[in-house]
Design a protein. Structure first.
Ligand SMILES: O=C(CO)COP(=O)(O)O
Length: 126
């Protein structure tokens, strides 16, 4: 069986409801991919969409962003959808920056808000 591509899904706390809703809306498309997520986000996605194949890494503040960044560097992630919260200071801000930097370095499609995520997921559905 051909290896499926992986999409990384992450949301900051204030954006988790929105990402869970996004995942529910696009469950059929997402089910064609393996999903990797930071810990708490992954739990929310599994709750919202039990049919999806979700690998949960550590929680973001405990290194989850860095783990997913390492996967990007290894070529294991095809797309990053990360609903960021620009209005709340984060203790792990540097990790968030490192993750989005690696997505840019390795030139994978990256959505940092829902409007862009809708366009990317629409492109996956063709
Ligand atoms: O903080 C995060 C990303 O920077 C998300 O981590 P959680 O999904 O564990 O809340």
């Amino acid at each position: 069986m051909a290896k499926r591509e992986t999409i990384a899904l992450i949301a900051h706390d204030q954006k988790k409801d929105d990402l869970a809703d996004f995942a529910r809306t696009h469950e059929a498309v997402l089910s064609q991919f393996d999903i990797v997520a930071t810990g708490t986000t992954g739990g929310r996605i599994i709750e919202a969409c039990p049919s999806l194949s979700v690998r949960r890494m550590k929680s973001g503040p405990l290194g989850g962003d860095q783990q997913i960044g390492a996967m990007i560097a290894e070529g294991e992630v095809s797309m990053l959808i990360f609903f960021t919260d620009p209005l709340t200071p984060m203790p792990h801000d540097v990790d968030v920056k490192a993750l989005t930097r690696l997505a840019t370095v390795y030139d994978i499609p990256m959505a940092l808000n829902r409007a862009t995520a809708e366009i990317l997921i629409g492109a996956c559905d063709r």
